[in-house]
Write a protein that binds this ligand. Structure first.
Ligand code: MG
Length: 458
């Protein structure tokens, strides 16, 4: 069995494909055994989200790992943050998480993690890819057969969060929460965790049978059911996750679905208030709201390339107070672990609401409004690089940020263009104080790209 299926997509955040089309069980065995060879001595944790393809993929992962003598701990269905917590907890050498996050149900992916439950970065994926491409997999292995046992990762995960949250504050001012896990793995954590904190919890779409009642990406377009549910149950707040529950998006008491950035800002605000300042690390696509919040406490904001591994690396290096990817609702609270953690974000949000005795809409009212526009441009890969090169030569003054793609920064507005890591496309984001201006910034960038293309073609 040489090489692997070229259609498998290696990205900095996982190895992805459509189950049995671009991601086959044969690929999964090869990827897992190659990972086992490079990860070092020790146990490997395996876990998955609720996608129906998760079970056969987990079996293939375990086959790949045990075929070369690895000791596997299978935590079965659990949120990604819970699986990463288990890696640290068990002092494992690493882990393989089977989840395509917010992507449609027919997709699945392998996310690789190292010791301490930290997600591995792009470099690591590239080395695994080279390893699989270059050599015959499976023939030159020692004749050692590994072991596999199951383990419940939840008790210790809940304990870590409950030790961190101010339970007394929540108990003395209980919050009514509506939870929408979208049929994902968060259903096994968030409602239970919030009840342990003393919240009154109502659930919608919190089954784990592999049926998905709404698109898995939680956002303003997909959370209509939760919005209604918050109102009909008279809840103080609604919270929603993607399929592996590393994201959290919230809904205010009046049923308004917040932008992922806004929920992120509420938590950053709460943490900086408690710590009386500090340092925030987030990606280049996150709203300026984070700078507004940081300013209140004299805190610093550092921006890095999009991708959890990039954010985590910088947070560890700078000993950040709080961080994450506001653009997708991924909150990282290093007091618990360096992981985007949806259930933990919900627990912290509830603590903040209990302590401030304010509603979500009251807290949001203190923030300036921003509008975000996004456009996707599909172009062949070769052309994308030429376009990016041409754009970087056109913009070379101090208002250009080249951290990830090209970001042009103005007064309380920005436009960002970057090649997609998962599709043959480029993404344009713009944020401004009015919707019209954000649209205009996006349109101007699209026009510029189109003119470059016609120049390249002429
Ligand atoms: Mg996710």
């Amino acid at each position: 069995m040489k090489g692997f299926n070229e259609a498998v997509i290696f990205t900095s955040s996982g190895i992805r494909g459509v189950f049995n089309e671009t991601l086959t069980l044969e690929d999964v065995v090869k990827i897992s055994s190659s990972f086992a060879e490079v990860v070092g001595e020790g146990k490997i944790v395996v876990g998955r989200d609720t996608r129906p393809s998760g079970k056969p993929i987990a079996e293939a992962v375990i086959a790949g790992l045990t075929s070369i003598g690895k000791e596997v701990v299978d935590v079965e269905v659990a949120p990604t943050p819970t699986i990463l917590h288990a890696i640290r907890d068990l002092k494992a050498a690493g882990g393989i998480i089977i989840s395509a996050s917010h992507n449609p149900p027919e997709w699945n992916a392998l996310k690789l993690a190292g010791p301490e439950g930290l997600l591995l970065d792009e470099e690591y994926y590239t080395s695994i890819k080279k390893r699989i491409s270059k050599r015959t997999v499976g023939r030159d292995r020692p004749r050692l057969i590994g072991t596999v046992r199951t383990w419940n990762p939840f008790p210790s995960y809940f304990r870590s969060i409950l030790d961190y949250i101010d339970r007394e504050a929540v108990r003395s001012n209980p919050v009514k929460v509506a939870v929408d896990c979208g049929g994902g793995a968060g259903a096994l954590a968030t409602p239970i965790l919030l009840r342990k904190l003393g919240c009154e919890v109502k659930t919608i779409h919190c089954h784990t049978c592999g049926f998905f009642p709404r698109p898995l990406e939680p956002n303003q377009k997909t959370l209509g059911d939760l919005s209604q549910f918050v109102i009909s149950t008279g809840s103080d707040v609604g919270v929603a996750h993607d399929c592996d529950a590393d994201r959290m998006v919230c809904v205010s008491e009046d049923g308004a679905v917040l932008r992922p950035d806004e929920g992120f800002a509420l938590i950053v605000d709460g943490v900086l208030r408690e710590k009386k300042g500090g340092l925030v690390v987030t990606n280049v696509a996150t709203s300026l709201l984070v700078e507004d919040v940081a300013e209140k406490y004299g805190a610093k904001v550092v921006r890095v390339a999009v991708g959890e591994a990039n954010v985590v690396k910088e947070m560890v290096r700078l000993k950040a107070t709080v961080g994450g990817e506001g653009s997708s609702g991924g909150v990282i609270l290093p007091a618990v672990h360096y992981v985007r953690d949806g259930p933990l974000a919900c627990a912290k949000l509830v603590e903040i609401l209990a302590k401030t005795k304010a509603g979500v809409s009251d807290l949001l009212r203190e923030y300036p409004s921003y509008y975000l526009e996004r456009v996707k441009l599909s172009y062949p890969k070769a052309l994308r690089h030429k376009i990016m090169d041409e754009l970087s030569s056109r913009y070379s003054d101090e208002n250009v940020d080249l951290t990830d793609g090209i970001k042009l920064c103005g007064d309380r507005e920005w436009v960002l263009i970057r090649p997609s890591r998962t599709e043959p496309a480029m993404r344009v984001w713009a944020e401004a104080r009015s919707r019209q201006r954000a649209k205009q910034l996006c349109e101007n960038m699209v026009k510029e790209v189109k003119s470059i293309i016609s120049e390249l073609n002429s």
